[in-house]
Design a protein around this ligand. Structure first.
Ligand SMILES: CC(C)(COP(=O)(O)OP(=O)(O)OC[C@H]1O[C@@H](n2cnc3c(N)ncnc32)[C@H](O)[C@@H]1OP(=O)(O)O)[C@@H](O)C(=O)NCCC(=O)NCCS
Length: 157
């Protein structure tokens, strides 16, 4: 993802996350940290950007910062491909573990992460603002072999 993608990404961001959407300033600030501690990717079709995801890496640890797929493209394996891309990049950067937060009421995203081998390690109460929704914290080990993107644990669609 580059700053040239920001208009399209923000449109999706607002449509998918509503009141909790990141601002243009926040996203631009994230992109400014590429490639050092960030890695943002987009997925495109002939009409433009349909999905994006972001990763933070530091000190051998990685964090999934965001994953978003346009609603009309859900259930086509795009989210899965984005998780695969982030895992591979985190492993290429030498990270040995990866974390993420996911809304407690977002079963779809939780299933996606479970398929990729993440397990729940805790809960952050009221993490998402302004709604005050809890976050489930998930974690997965990373190995050098993860640098080669592959299908999800338990069978890719
Ligand atoms: C969560 C999210 C990223 C998932 O993206 P997605 O592209 O729908 O994910 P996938 O297509 O890889 O997987 C979703 C489902 O489709 C199924 N699927 C994947 N590819 C498929 C295919 N080719 N044919 C049929 N089904 C398929 C998967 O098995 C999965 O089923 P399940 O939910 O019953 O486990 C997306 O719903 C989203 O953007 N949500 C809003 C933002 C959000 O919540 N982000 C996560 C924040 S932590």
């Amino acid at each position: 993802m580059t700053t040239a993608d920001l208009d399209s990404v923000l449109e999706l961001e607002v449509a998918l996350f509503g009141a909790e959407a990141w601002s243009r300033q926040m996203l631009a600030g994230e992109l400014a940290q590429q490639p050092d501690s960030r890695y943002y990717v987009v997925a495109e079709d002939e009409e433009g950007i349909v999905a994006y995801a972001g990763l933070m890496t530091a000190g051998g640890q990685a964090d999934v910062l965001t994953i978003a797929v346009a609603t009309i493209r859900w259930g086509q394996g795009i989210g899965s491909e984005l998780v695969a891309a982030l895992l591979a990049e985190a492993a290429r950067r030498g990270c040995t573990e990866i974390f993420l937060e996911v809304r407690a009421d977002n079963a779809r995203a939780q299933r996606l992460y479970q398929r990729w081998g993440f397990t729940e390690i805790g809960i952050r109460r009221g993490y998402y603002q302004p709604s005050g929704t809890d976050a489930i914290v998930m974690r997965r080990d990373l190995a050098p072999a993860d640098a080669v993107a592959r299908d999800a644990v338990g069978g890719a669609p």
